[in-house]
Design a protein around this ligand. Structure first.
Ligand SMILES: Cc1ncc(COP(=O)(O)O)c(C=O)c1O
Length: 384
């Protein structure tokens, strides 16, 4: 049951829910039937029609426009990339850092974000890891650490390891006021939380598509704010050019880059996954991201109620305004609990501070009840 949409019909799209209690969407979402069918249709087109490439490329542009709408951006601000890491590396290399500049990151944030910037050390750029203030990161977290050489701030919108939901908009306002670039890793928010690129104030935002966007691994989306032509790609291919040579001969005098986010795209697209994303957007748009978010918050409230009753501490924030809708880390030691839950056909992830339960758009209150009952059984065994 959901107050927000017909979750039972969505659940039928995910046959894996009949085999196991899947509480691991922050790791990867299981493949929905309609998305699998879109992939099969794509492969059949390749198999039977030898690939109608112009048709496929037209669809790429349709999906780009729908991704733009998802982020309240314009299609010219969207590029298709490989994953979040590639997006973060594009950002780190595009921002014109000079030797002696610094970039601020959150201590303990996802390593795929951190290493993109740590790699700039060899160019003399300093990475400063900033500790959280309580359970959040906002403008006040970073402001005391900004100096004359701070060029960028990069952070996750939602943390994978404890489900914090950072106040990125306040950081965006700070960055705009101080002339600093803001890079956002939105891997754990796309498809789960309504995103507004303008509201967030991001210069560049990147996300893979294999969690809230429901697509198999290998596709990422990148938003790059329009009008930022000084942000240059580290790599160049024909697809990066404003006027790709019709005769396919590269020339010194034809190197002008596109002025849209497409300048960051390299060569051919991941066409199967872009077709999968089209089907996934059909599902997500039909439900509405705001409804997905509201449903997942309801599940989270319900889970927290059970945890209180069981005496199990939540590692991350409890307050809705500080927490993600879907990620909950339980203060249970990974060792022992991970094996027990796997034996009980429950899929979760052991995290650095406990066991991570994460919801997807197909999870129900009954899933939460079943999970709580399974946890209760082991706790009762341990206490008796
Ligand atoms: C916040 C965050 N960033 C990045 C990633 C993954 O990066 P990539 O898309 O490059 O595999 C994850 C999870 O796998 C994540 O939770």
């Amino acid at each position: 049951m959901s107050r927000h949409y017909d979750v039972e019909s969505v659940r039928r799209e995910f046959p894996v829910t009949r085999r196991m209690l899947y509480l691991d969407s922050a790791h990867q979402t299981p493949l929905a039937t309609s998305i699998k069918e879109a992939l099969v249709r794509f492969y059949e087109e390749g198999n039977e029609l030898a690939g109608p490439k112009p048709v496929w490329l037209r669809r790429v542009e349709e999906v780009r426009a729908r991704v733009a709408a998802l982020l309240n951006a314009s299609p010219s601000e969207i590029a298709f990339v490989k994953n979040t890491s590639e997006g973060m590396n594009i950002a780190a290399n595009a921002i014109p850092f000079q030797r002696g500049d610094n970039v601020l990151l959150v201590e303990g944030d996802h390593p795929n974000n951190a290493y993109a910037f740590l790699n700039l050390k060899r160019r003399g750029v300093e990475v400063r890891f900033i500790a959280l203030r309580g359970d959040t990161a906002d403008a006040g977290t970073f402001e005391p650490h900004i100096d004359g050489r701070t060029r960028a701030i990069s952070l996750s919108h939602v943390t994978f390891h404890a489900g914090h939901r950072f106040d990125v908009s306040s950081v965006g306002k700070l960055c705009a006021a101080r002339g600093i670039d803001l890079v956002v890793d939105a891997m754990q928010s796309t498809g789960v939380i309504p995103l507004d690129s303008r509201e967030l104030g991001a210069t560049i935002l990147g996300s893979g598509c294999h969690k809230g966007l429901l697509v198999p691994q290998g596709l990422g989306i990148l938003y790059c704010q329009s009008g930022r032509d000084e942000l240059l790609p580290a790599y160049m291919a024909m697809s990066s050019l404003a006027n790709p040579p019709q005769d396919y001969i590269a020339r010194h005098d034809n190197m002008a880059l596109r002025d849209d986010a497409g300048r960051f795209e390299i060569g051919n697209f991941n066409l199967p996954d872009i077709h999968a994303l089209s089907a996934s957007l059909d599902l997500i748009e039909r439900i509405g991201v705001a409804n997905i978010e509201a449903h997942l918050y309801d599940l989270g409230d319900y889970l927290i109620g059970h945890l209180d009753e069981l005496g199990v501490r939540l590692v991350g924030p409890r307050d809705r305004s500080l927490r993600s809708p879907h990620i909950y880390v339980l203060d249970l030691p990974g060792e022992g609990w991970a094996e027990y839950l796997a034996e009980e056909q429950v899929r979760v992830s052991p995290e650095r501070d406990g066991i991570r339960v994460s919801f997807g758009l197909f999870n129900t209150h009954q899933d939460v009840d079943e999970f709580a009952a399974i946890v209760r059984r082991r706790l009762a065994g341990a206490r008796s």
